[in-house]
Design a protein around this ligand. Sequence first.
Ligand SMILES: [Zn+2]
Length: 73
Amino acid sequence: MSDTSANAASVPANMLSILACPSCKGKLVWNNDKTELVCRGEQLAYPVSNGIPALLASAARELSVAELEQLKS
Ligand SMILES: [Zn+2]
């Protein structure tokens, strides 16, 4: 077991480019801190587990103002 380069928690850039918010079809932003995909327009975050996004309205959570401001930096 010497290969530790794979990061199961990240979403590849090429995958990000084809993902869209299931609600508004907007672009999603990767939040590496929380391993979530964020829809800035609706201020929603979708969880990602083992590199697989749960793009379901029922899985999304609302972001707080503080979290949104962190994403802007
Ligand atoms: Zn959206």
